[in-house]
Design a protein around this ligand. Structure first.
Ligand code: SAM
Length: 355
């Protein structure tokens, strides 16, 4: 007999990846204790998943396919058009904690976008009501939970909270980036987002410094290289394709028309970045060998997802890297995430750490 209380979770993900998101959550949960029911409310292409667990904890850092992790308290269906406020306030009244901030959110889908005008209008009304009741603190106390009101449609709301130490820091779990006009490809947004998501400000200035040297495998036309040279980092760009725009002739860029799987630098570099379209296992082996051979200290790379068994393919690729680095006694931190700017792929960050 299992006496653990059921806890509901609400997770946001890229539309189309709901099954992967749920599968991954259950795998983490099962590692802690048996899961009572593997039934998740998985609606294809809706951009979110609801899951009940019997007391297992979840960590946003370990979840590749989840953009946001919310402890779900209540769902209200059939909200009246004329007064959505009263039932929502009554539900929030029952929550025992106060909040640092209120986020009204919608799914990252076309239907969701149509709801944004409604949430923008509703936000200040609800904020005023919560402030009047002393539930929304204006003290800038970042340790308080965030309050999330998620509207899959205008008449349904899912009310939940997130722990600021175990959740994404942007509304809808989306770290938006604006497209720099000089960058030669939209892929530049992936690396820009990866830097923001995987490294805090201190780490960004320590790990991405002027005068460092990076190798970019599969660099053309140069979106990732652009992010590095903009930070004063020298880049060896490896690709048979052409580097474009300002990167075609840039003093910090050396372009080598070579096979990225065969290229090795003469001297160790600070960074390896890699966006080659290849099987995840092949890219993972390559990255593992670069670290094992002491060729780089940090890496950001993409793993392209197969059509089927996506969670298993990513798990196996990451396990392979971990095993290889463990064999060499290398201490490291590795985080993988399907970023907002990722499509059928996930992005991985590895950094060597001290003992
Ligand atoms: C998705 S694009 C990279 C885009 C790039 N990161 C950017 O921001 O502009 C993939 C690139 O990998 C290159 N590529 C694929 N296989 C490669 C290999 N074996 N060696 C070198 N480059 C390779 C392709 O030529 C292509 O330019």
């Amino acid at each position: 007999m299992n006496n653990f209380k059921q806890y509901q979770w609400l997770l946001y993900c890229r539309p189309g990846f709901e099954q992967d998101c749920a599968q991954e959550v259950f795998r983490h949960a099962r590692l802690q204790r048996p899961v009572l029911s593997q039934q998740a409310a998985v609606i294809p292409n809706c951009g979110y998943v609801e899951i009940a667990l019997n007391g297992q904890s979840l960590s946003i850092r370990n979840l590749v396919f989840s953009r946001q992790l919310i402890s779900l308290h209540q769902t209200i269906k059939n909200l009246p058009d004329r007064d959505r406020l009263s039932p929502i306030l009554a539900a929030i009244e029952t929550l025992p904690i106060d909040f640092s901030i209120l986020w009204l959110e919608v799914p990252d889908t076309n239907e969701g976008k149509l709801l944004s005008a409604f949430t923008r209008k509703f936000q200040p009304i609800l904020e005023d009501a919560l402030r009047a009741r002393g539930r929304l603190q204006n003290t800038g106390n970042q340790t308080l939970s965030r309050l999330h009101l998620f509207f899959p449609n205008k008449s349904t709301v899912l009310i939940g909270t997130s722990d600021p130490y175990n959740s994404a820091t942007s509304p809808m779990g989306i770290q938006r980036q604006s497209m720099p006009s000089e960058a030669p490809s939209r892929s530049t947004l992936k690396l820009a987002e990866a830097i923001e998501i995987f490294m805090d400000r201190g780490e960004q200035s320590r790990l991405l410094r002027q005068g460092m040297h990076a190798v970019d495998l599969g660099a053309a036309p140069g979106g990732w290289t652009w992010q590095l040279v903009k930070r004063g980092i020298r880049v060896t760009a490896v690709d048979n394709g052409p580097m474009k725009g300002v990167l075609a002739k840039h003093p910090l860029v050396e372009h080598l028309k070579q096979d990225g799987f065969k290229y090795t630098p003469r001297k160790a570099v600070d960074w390896l970045v890699c966006d080659m379209v290849e099987k995840p296992s092949k890219v993972a082996t390559l990255v593992g060998e670069w670290f094992a051979g002491g060729l780089c200290k940090h890496a950001i790379f993409n793993l392209k997802l197969p059509m089927k068994q996506r969670v298993a393919a990513i798990d196996s690729a990451l396990d392979g890297i971990k095993k290889r680095l463990d064999e060499e006694g290398i201490n490291f931190r590795m985080i993988a995430k399907q970023l907002y700017h990722d499509r059928e792929e996930v992005t991985v960050f590895i950094t060597r750490t001290k003992k």
